[in-house]
Design a binder for this molecule. Structure first.
Ligand code: NAD
Ligand code: LMR
Length: 339
């Protein structure tokens, strides 16, 4: 029996992500929690004739800080027995904002939800979508450390949307009708120039015309802004993110069931994953998105492909590392040295 839980399940990402999990044969039980509307979302999904049982629990009315006993009960009910918890809870960007501008609100939301995971599902695999991912993942790690239940192999920042965008945009340039056939590593973090697509390491190899390279890199790094601008104040990517989040969750679930050879680019705590220490030493950052082999225990192995990047990409990596260091420190100190 596999139980998947979505925290923030009534939101723009949460609803379509919950739909994809509900119709997945890999999920037997689906727990949905949000501060609003979850019973309605759960009732709606429960009429779908797929395997998973669905239950939606909601915070006490108006309890956005999650402080009331009914809210605690709702989190407990949703999380108990969870194998995988996916977190898209939090506010999205509006035009003119950076992901870091979301920190003020989302840092506290992620902290409170991970405190509940540590209590009610301490062994669950956790996948964090809430922005800024470069800081919310370190926040989650510090909360889990303080609770004595941190397993670095089971904590992931979801950066799959960057990979999905890279596949799509490159597919358009090289004329590949099924962009999923392209395997393009995207490493670093998940915001602006901390996102580094490594086109030179694509498999099969791709030939990007020199006059298109800068614009292509920029489009992958700032693809989120394209959607924020087009939505014009109504939020950021939700449907493509639900697809990407489900794709990542599906890989975690398949690997947990014993399927071999599954590799995903994901943001992990490097010193806690085999092969990660060397990457942390080379970059000077403890958190990085790199290709990671997934297995029954979670993150089995991090692949150090950074040294294989070409000179153009190495310059991008240098820039990414600077930004990442600050983002990671901001997340860590939010817990270790609270404001
Ligand atoms: P949204 O506002 O549509 O939905 C967020 C949901 O979170 C809402 O239903 C809200 O009620 C809920 N929520 C707020 N506080 C909560 C709490 N304490 N507990 C439980 N639920 C709570 O936003 P969205 O478009 O779904 O985006 C959600 C987050 O995902 C944003 O931070 C956004 O920046 C991020 N995001 C990340 C990626 C990525 O690639 N990692 C991609 C897209 C969006
Ligand atoms: C994205 O990459 O689309 C998300 O991180 C949302 C955003 O704020 O751009």
């Amino acid at each position: 029996m596999v139980k998947a839980v979505v925290l923030g399940a009534a939101g723009g990402i949460g609803q379509p992500l919950s739909l994809l999990l509900k119709i997945s044969p890999l999920v037997d039980e689906l727990g949905l929690f949000d501060v609003v509307n979850t019973p309605g979302v759960a009732a709606d999904l429960s009429h779908i004739s797929s395997v998973a049982d669905v239950e939606g629990t909601v915070a006490a009315k108006g309890d956005f800080k999650g402080e009331q006993p009914e809210t605690e009960e709702a989190k407990k009910k949703a999380l108990t027995g969870a194998d995988i918890v996916i977190i898209p809870a939090g506010v999205p960007r509006k035009p003119g904002m950076t992901r870091d501008d979301l920190f003020k609100i989302n840092a506290g939301i992620v902290k409170d939800l991970v405190v509940a995971i540590a209590k009610y599902a301490p062994k669950a695999t956790i996948a964090i979508i809430s922005n800024p991912v470069n800081s919310t993942v370190p926040i989650a790690a510090e909360v889990l450390k303080q609770a004595g239940v941190f397993n670095p192999k089971k904590l992931f920042g979801v950066t799959t949307l960057d990979v999905v965008r890279a596949e799509t945009f490159v597919g358009g340039i090289v004329g590949e009708k099924d962009p999923r056939k392209l395997n393009i590593p995207v490493v670093g973090g998940h915001s602006g120039n901390t996102i580094v697509p490594l086109f030179s390491l694509a498999k099969p190899s791709v030939s990007i015309p020199a006059d298109k390279l800068d614009a292509l890199v920029n489009r992958v790094q700032f693809g989120g802004d394209e959607v924020v601008k087009a939505k014009d104040g109504a939020g950021s990517a939700t449907l493509s993110m639900a697809y990407a989040g489900f794709r990542f969750a599906e890989s975690l679930l398949k690997a947990a069931k014993g399927e071999k050879g599954i590799v995903e680019n994901t943001f992990v705590y490097l010193p806690g994953v085999e092969g990660g220490d060397a990457i942390a030493k080379a970059t000077g950052v403890d958190y990085f998105s790199v290709p990671v082999e997934l297995g029954v225990n979670g993150a089995e192995k991090a692949f150090n492909i950074l040294a294989d990047a070409n000179d153009y990409e190495k310059k991008l990596l240098d820039e990414a590392i600077k930004g990442l260091k600050t983002n990671v420190e901001t997340g860590v100190s939010f817990i270790t040295n609270p404001p």
